[in-house]
Ligand binder design. Sequence first.
Ligand code: FBP
Length: 698
Amino acid sequence: MESLQKNDIEVLLNHSKTRKAIAAVNKEAKERKSFLPSKCQIFSEEFTSLQEQTQYVFADDRETGKILPDIINNNIQKVVKGLKNFEKEKKFFFKKRNIGVVFSGGPAPGGHNVIAGIFDAAKKANSESTIFGFLFGPDGIIESKYIELTREIIDDYRNIGGFTMIKTGRTKIDSREKMDLAQKTCKELNLDVLVIIGGDDSNTNAAFLAQEFKKIGIQVIGVPKTIDGDIQVQTEDGQVLCAISFGFHSAARAFSNNISNLCTDTGSDAKYWHICKVMGRVASHLALEAALQTHANLTLIGEELADYVDKERLENSETKGVIDYTAFGITLRHLSRVICDVIMRRAANGKNYGVMILPEGVLEFVNEIQLFIIKLNTIIGDYNHIHDIDFHEIFPNLNSKLDYLRKFARGISDKGTSPIWNSRDDELFNDLPEFFQKGLLVERDSHGNFQFSQIKTEKIIMDMVKSYLNVSKEKGTYKVGIENDYFINTLKQENLDPDVFKDVIFSEDSKNNQYLLVKKSIISKKTLKQALLKSNLIKEEEKVPKAIMQIFNKSVPKFKTQTYFYGYDGRGNDPTQFDCNYAYNLGLTAFSLIANGATGQMAAIKNLEYKFSNWEPIGIPIAKLIHIEERKGKLAHVIEKSIVDIDSNAFRVVKALREEWEGANPYKDQYRKPAPIHLKDNNEDDIPITLILNSIKC
Ligand code: FBP
């Protein structure tokens, strides 16, 4: 044992073992930084060109064409080998350029590799080129805050998660003033091109900037990032051009590793339901992937719930000769019943525990909540428009907001009447818990998106689940099944005849099962005693035998939960090998687009869902992805978010195996353990399962 002087903190801190043990960069992190992502074959060429691909057809874009006339006619461009005799193109390719890069929106693992790819390709083409990184997202462009990215800086962030190198932000360059300031910065830096690494809204912004900057000769290129996986591009006839954004795989794998550990915990301790909310502002892609990775007992997929039809309601209304529109789509009440059903069926098989995955955006697909969101968006949007001032500034707290809504309901608002918010809305809204009211009234983000991450979705849902479980407990329908052998052994220890007691305590239909269910009518010590008295198994003055009490107590469920929010942790996770390679090749693709004069294009890799050797770098015309949708109560031109397709293979597999994974049976749960995230070898987990399944043609 080495002797260390007590209290001599200096000695302890300087000890070689201490220094090694707590070093900021460990061996694995060093190895990660030096990992070389694989490059698509085409990038070993000296230089590349772009080949127009006119065979791909997109939806009607006349409306977008009116506002983005200079980029609406862009086509898909495939990165191909550069033609040696095309001297002019070659000269342009190798020219010295100033490139500005910016992260926009939430972090996603792999972002640093996109910049590393751009940096490597740009320096290879011309070592005198300069790469500027704008700080804190689009604010850095508006406020002219940037750093020059040197090789030393880049090397320090290769294959490392998050966006820490230059940070990120959610500001949208959407006003004349911000556009002018952005132009000023870019001109002062003498930029040739601006690369925006962002989600659907940031790429929409990139298209508008491309249109605006065309006249000053600055190219704008987008790169699809978001852990949510909701930027996916398909043509009108379903050809996949971009199967997923970078960051999705790493975040999904990080969440899945944690969720899988909880599956192990719940199967060990057998006392908790672990409730895991996973990010994904609207779309449930991350939840779907986590379900495939872990086989958790219950995963809600918002998109499926939206499709729900209450057949009973529909039939009832049809017999009356009317259509009940409320029968379409799921309500919060019904959703809680769906969850309770799984909990109760597992409990009946002795498993009063499990793991549940709730997508962050699930409420977006619940009827009454969706309606509230749309109505409130419109009211707030109208207020901002009429008063030219922000609603949240004027009504900063919940009470003032509610007061405004109440006035609206009474028709004494500035507009005089209120067709959107009537007294029924007011009543329903007032019935919601305060934290949820606050959540629904929370300020929309700069792109007009509802901020689901600010809402305790899991609390809203689980509160309803808990109250329904309590009702079910009182009704005697929520019980923990008692294993037959356990019952027999327990009774034998007290010399009681199991066969005699079985008939009295357990329900008829469970008597031959491995797990026995206490009769519905027995819900308390009192009702238990009554049942025994009625069957003459005990006398009035006698106590219920200890063994029977033990069995009864075991059958009474205690619903205990632990809740988790997996989101921010996954955004900061180090990228998987898939994301390292993907993001790096996106960077290389972005440079090919830049060096061939493209603008208004988004770098993408086609065939991501297949082997690496099939990956095909392309440019996608952003303007062609834009459609019109409601934001902040107004119609806006934005890239359409891809939500889970309930006809996709990935969803169909989850649906088909749902019962097996629920494990509402006496057998072992079918949990799956995903491999840990590391860069050493390729392993079978190194591609999103969603992509593998969706690529199967059958
Ligand atoms: P992006 O679309 O910008 O990639 O962000 C997605 C996301 O991670 C969502 O999953 C989540 O709802 C949201 O960001 C959280 O945003 P914030 O960082 O503002 O809390």
